[in-house]
Design a protein around this ligand. Structure first.
Ligand code: DC
Length: 231
């Protein structure tokens, strides 16, 4: 078995995995790869071409024509055909689009290839939903980050309130949305969200950021040592 040099961080939305995976990569001085940003970008590109209800063949041929680049320069997280999508992918409606397009088989195959190529030559932290199960099933370090839906809804509410302080948000409604999205992510046919058998479960419900980061660093070092990977 060929051990893959990827720290795979998976988990549901709102678990805090993005923030923490980014900090982990910074601490370890290795590249951070946010795969959600790729699904978000492709969903905008494909939606502009009105491909929501198109066949897999049509989507596949559209994907063949595009040139996607991850971190093409220090200011750009992600671009397609030279267009910078770094900010556009964070708009609220893009989450919905991404959850639709991320279920399309050609989109998943395309990004599977892309993600494997990106991580080929270096140790990195890659964050998503299926990194430890599908993209890098032999990665040396897999961590499944989660938190209760109540805690994730509360965190989401705080993020939204920070962005729009004048808006009134309803925690119960946000919790419902969080649970609906989990269900969709876990029940989809292709690459569903699930903990890999050999992944370490990290429930961050009662942990602060510092505790989470300490755990991630310690686990990464232990796993790297066991696999003989310099970190
Ligand atoms: O993590 P995020 O919210 O940026 O992800 C956006 C969407 O992409 C979300 O609907 C889940 C999906 N996704 C996925 O299916 N597989 C991944 N590896 C990463 C994200």
């Amino acid at each position: 078995m060929n051990i893959e040099k990827v720290i795979a961080i998976d988990g549901p939305s709102g678990s805090g995995k993005s923030t923490m995976a980014k900090k982990l990569a910074k601490q370890l001085n290795i590249v951070f790869i946010d795969t959600g940003s790729m699904f978000r970008t492709l969903s905008i590109v494909l939606d502009r071409l009105s491909l929501k209800n198109s066949s897999d063949d049509q989507i596949e041929s559209a994907l063949k024509k595009i040139n996607i680049e991850y971190m093409p320069n220090p200011k750009t997280l992600i671009s397609v055909d030279g267009e910078d999508f770094t900010l556009a992918i964070r708009e609220h409606h893009v989450s919905e689009l991404a959850s639709i397009y991320s279920q399309k088989i050609p989109v998943r195959n395309f990004l599977l290839q892309f993600q494997r190529e990106l991580a080929q030559s270096r140790v990195c932290v890659m964050e998503g939903r299926d990194i430890g199960t599908v993209v890098f099933p032999n990665s040396f370090c897999k961590i499944f980050v989660t938190a209760s839906s109540q805690v994730r809804a509360q965190r989401r509410l705080e993020q939204l309130a920070e962005k729009n302080p004048n808006e009134n948000y309803n925690l119960a409604k946000i919790k419902e949305d969080v649970e609906a999205r989990d269900k969709m992510d876990m029940e989809r046919e292709v690459a569903p969200l699930k903990q890999a058998e050999d992944a370490i479960l990290l429930d961050t419900s009662d942990m602060n950021e510092e505790e989470v980061l300490t755990f991630l660093i310690k686990t990464s070092h232990e796993k790297a040592k066991a696999a003989g990977i310099p970190l």
